[in-house]
Design a protein around this ligand. Structure first.
Ligand code: CO
Length: 302
C-alpha cells in the first residue's frame, strides 16, 4: 500500500504564498534588455531555495507569442530583447504546500494595455471569488474584462485548483464564460491566471518540450531510465521538473535525452510542450494563488 502524503496546513500554504510573492517582486529587477533567460530562471529558482522552499515548478520565462511552459534549456543562449513582452511564472513548494504566481513586463512600453488587460481581469476574478460561485461564471468575468480592453482571452489556458503536492488537481478555471457548474468551496486553493492576446485567442503546442512530470507507473528497460525515475520520484514527486535540472545526473546530454525518450514512450512521464499563440499574437499573463473563503478570496501571493 502506498502511503498518502499528509495534507499541508493552511499556514504552510500561506507561507508558500508569501515566498512566491517575495521572489516574484524581487525578480522583476532581473527582467532587462540583454539579460540571459537561463540566468533569470536559475536566479529565480535560487531565490526560492534561499527562502527555505523549493521551486514548485521550473521558472517559466515566456516571451512575446510564447504563452507558457517555456523554461530555458541547458546552456540556453537566448536573451531578453528590447521589444519583448516577458511573462514570468513561478511558485514555491513548502512541505507540499504550493504557490503559483506570474507577471508580465513590457520592455518597449508599447503594450501597456495588453499587460493591464490580464492584470485587471485577474483583479475582477478575485473580487468575485467566494464559496458558491461557479467556475464558469469566473471565466465569464475574466473574458468580459479582457474584451473591454480590446483583446481576447486565451481560451485554452486555464487556472487550476491546487492541492498538497499537486499543482493541477483536476479542476480548471476557464478564462471564458462556460456553463461549468462546479462551485468554489471554502478552504480550496486556486491559481487564477488570465492570459490576454491580440492574436487568435488560443494556443497550440510547439515541438519544444523542456518541462515534464511523472505520469503513470510503467516498465523501463534501460538502466539509466530506471535510475532517473528514482531520482525524479525522490526529488520532485508529482511536481513538474526541467530537463536542465537533470543534466548533473548524466555523463552526456545524449544519455539524458535517451532516458527521457524511453520514459515518455512508456508514459512514465509526460511532457508539457512550449505553448505558442496560434495567430502569433503577443500574450500577457497575470496570476495569483488564492484561498476560497465563505465571503471572498484571500490572496496568498499578495
Ligand atoms: Co503559474
Amino acid at each position: 500500500m502506498e502511503e498518502e502524503a499528509p495534507e499541508a496546513s493552511m499556514e504552510e500554504f500561506r507561507e508558500a504564498g508569501k515566498i512566491g510573492a517575495k521572489v516574484r517582486e524581487e525578480s522583476k529587477k532581473l527582467i532587462n534588455i540583454g539579460e540571459g533567460i537561463l540566468d533569470i530562471a536559475e536566479t529565480i529558482e535560487g531565490m526560492i531555495r534561499e527562502e527555505g522552499a523549493e521551486p514548485a515548478f521550473p521558472a517559466n520565462v515566456s516571451v512575446n507569442e510564447i504563452a507558457a511552459h517555456y523554461t530555458p534549456e541547458f546552456e540556453d543562449g537566448a536573451v531578453i530583447g528590447e521589444n519583448d513582452v516577458v511573462k514570468v511564472d513561478m511558485g514555491a513548494e513548502l512541505n507540499g504546500a504550493l504557490s503559483d504566481t506570474a507577471y508580465t513586463i513590457d520592455l518597449s512600453g508599447k503594450h501597456g494595455k495588453l499587460v493591464e488587460a490580464s492584470e485587471k481581469a485577474l483583479e475582477s476574478a478575485i473580487s468575485n471569488m467566494r464559496a458558491g460561485v461557479s467556475i464558469g461564471e469566473i471565466g465569464g468575468i475574466i473574458e468580459e474584462k479582457i474584451k473591454e480592453y480590446g483583446f481576447k482571452p486565451v481560451a485554452n489556458l486555464t487556472g487550476h485548483r491546487i492541492k498538497t503536492g499537486m499543482l493541477h488537481s483536476g479542476i480548471d478555471v476557464p478564462s471564458i464564460k462556460t456553463d461549468d457548474p462546479y462551485q468554489l468551496q471554502e478552504g480550496e486553493v486556486y491559481a487564477i491566471e488570465p492570459f490576454a492576446t491580440d492574436g487568435k485567442g488560443f494556443v497550440s503546442d510547439t515541438d519544444q518540450v523542456e518541462i515534464f512530470s511523472l505520469y503513470m507507473p510503467g516498465r523501463l528497460r534501460m538502466r539509466q531510465s530506471r535510475k532517473l525515475l528514482n531520482h525524479i520520484i525522490s526529488n520532485y514527486g508529482m511536481l513538474p521538473f526541467a530537463e536542465r535540472w537533470l543534466m548533473g545526473e548524466f555523463k552526456s546530454k545524449l544519455l539524458l535525452k535517451n532516458a527521457l525518450k524511453e520514459m515518455l514512450r512508456m508514459q512514465v512521464i509526460k511532457g508539457y510542450p512550449v505553448l505558442k499563440e496560434a495567430g502569433g499574437g503577443l500574450v500577457s499573463q497575470a496570476e495569483h494563488t488564492l484561498l476560497i473563503k465563505e465571503d471572498g478570496a484571500e490572496v496568498l501571493t499578495k
